[in-house]
Design a protein. Structure first.
Length: 153
């Protein structure tokens, strides 16, 4: 999914991309922290999935504590989707209900806006393209940490 976003920015204004080349889950939020500390004059936009974010959720607190100009676009599909893909890659054709339940993030649902708010971060939840457009317009017009939870269900 991120590679698709990367390709779609080919004609955008000059920008930098930092991305994982494989082999780890959860590096997105700490990577955004490092980028914001290294380049405090630039806004950092972190594209992060809910499953990956669960590995390093404490980074939200650090973003607030350090008042970094990071907008986290949290893509919430309520699943460790990459791990479902990995099951397929290792030849599991029909995982059973127990295996699938271990990759499900909906029992209970993770409420990322609540998680972010609990760490002192402003947070918005959107479930439409127009809602995301409005939230991104707000994010680009303001400084400081913000989480935009995008429901993909």
């Amino acid at each position: 999914m991120v590679w698709g976003a990367f390709l779609l920015t080919a004609n955008a204004a000059p920008h930098d991309w930092l991305t994982l080349t494989g082999g780890a889950i959860g590096q997105g939020l700490p990577l955004a922290l490092g980028a914001a500390i290294a380049c405090p004059e630039q806004k950092v936009i972190a594209l992060e999935a809910d499953g990956s974010g669960m590995y390093t959720v404490q980074a939200l607190w650090t973003m607030v504590r350090e008042q970094l100009d990071i907008t986290v676009v949290l893509l919430n599909n309520r699943s460790y989707a990459i791990l479902n893909i990995e099951l397929s890659r290792v030849g599991v054709e029909a995982p059973g209900p127990t295996a699938l339940s271990l990759l499900d993030l909906s029992n209970p649902d993770l409420e990322w806006t609540d998680i972010a708010t609990g760490m002192g971060m402003r947070a918005l939840k959107v479930d439409t393209v127009s809602g995301l457009d409005q939230a991104m317009t707000e994010a680009m017009a303001t400084t400081g940490p913000l989480l935009i939870e995008v429901l993909l269900l």
